[in-house]
Design a binder for this molecule. Sequence first.
Ligand SMILES: Nc1nc2c(c(=O)[nH]1)N[C@H]1C(S)=C(S)[C@@H](COP(=O)(O)OP(=O)(O)OC[C@H]3O[C@@H](n4cnc5c(N)ncnc54)[C@H](O)[C@@H]3O)O[C@H]1N2
Ligand code: MOO
Length: 418
Amino acid sequence: MADQDMIGVPEFFERVMESVEPLAPMSHSLQEASGLACAENVAAELSLPSFDNASMDGYAVVSADVAGSTPASPTVLPVVGEIGAGTARIMALSPGTAVKIMTGAPVPAGCDAVVPYEWTDAGVAQVRIDKAPKPLQHIRRAGEDVGRGDVVVGANTVLGPRQIGLLAAVGRSHVYSRPKPRVVVLSTGSELRDPGSQVGHDSIYDGNSYMLAAAARAAGAIAYRVGIVPDDPGTFLETVHDQLVRADLVVTSGGVSAGDYDVVKAALSGEPDMWFGRVAMQPGKPQGVGTIGEDRTPIITLPGNPVSAYVSFEVFVLPAIRKLMGLTPYARPLRRALLTHPVSSIEGKRQFLRGDYSVPTGVGGNAARAAHVTPVGGPGSHMLGDLAASNALIVVPESVTRVEAGQPVHVLALDEQF
Ligand SMILES: Nc1nc2c(c(=O)[nH]1)N[C@H]1C(S)=C(S)[C@@H](COP(=O)(O)OP(=O)(O)OC[C@H]3O[C@@H](n4cnc5c(N)ncnc54)[C@H](O)[C@@H]3O)O[C@H]1N2
Ligand code: MOO
């Protein structure tokens, strides 16, 4: 039976994405910039290498002086000096002489090859050369890697280790990039207690705010776990407003369904920008999104059942965090896998089932090498043990009610970096 009041996952996704905009770029030190999206085209202010230098420890020579050297017919040259890496003094090499040189040291003027130690007797006052380097051999030429003025990192590039290394190598200490969003996480429910305290038959530990804060950090955000707010709309509103000063995004769990104490809905339904409703998915049906406060800070209100909260985070909050960070794609990419056991699903809802996803790395035929996914546990949205035992969500489309073993399905690989 079609439910008129229910919106589809793509529609709710759009609502969530419309509530967030990429954060304004700011200058970050290279240490801080790791994992951020670059917001400028960085042009190298110097070339790499920035001067001709030795690629081997050995002797700087004029190649013509040592041409034809062999063990049977070696060349012997006087060693007239030594240049280590970090030596700024420019030395010139006179023909018929050799200068000891270390890897990375600037080659002296006139030198056009370096003879590695292994091709010599490693002499100090004079050196016997048993093998001839070709012209330019063992010399790293200025600019052969990066030219001065080259764009070394473009806008929107994610600043990973290689980019950070390159920026440092061309002398940049800071880079304009989009900051990590500050995500305030709070959980609602008068039944909730902090781990480490006592629970009775009327109370449970607050797993969600820890889980969601950890998920926000894993997504690249700075997470502030506010913790538990009781089922009192006044206290909830006061707590949220107090947090807005340090929030680029607020994420709540619980209090959004049809119960008598659904505090989040009760507190926020008067807000002009808020939308509460039902989304055609399982788990994760009751949802809310909007903005709050003078700065219109985005707020996403997730359902309280732990698996519902986690699935909703993966499907909606993670993409919102990535949009704030300027990271694309926003949503986790779907992967294809063969189902090892049949699953059934509810018509009209997109089902997210827990699974164990594996990509074989060994040899074998196509089927043997294909990724597989095994369902883990049932569909219950309270099954946190099964969630923790899984590494993927199996996505069953709205129109599908059963998928047989051996059939391909889409999965969200939860630990995949993208
Ligand atoms: N009459 C109806 N009842 C419910 C409906 C409905 O449509 N009609 N929807 C169900 C679905 S689906 C979900 S999902 C939940 C969502 O409810 P809420 O968002 O209001 O969440 P709560 O009622 O506060 O809690 C639900 C459940 O999760 C536990 N919980 C909550 N917070 C935490 C936490 N931080 N850590 C661990 N566990 C938590 C809570 O104790 C409840 O058991 O509503 C259904 N009901
Ligand atoms: O839609 Mo609820 O999230 O199934 O438990």
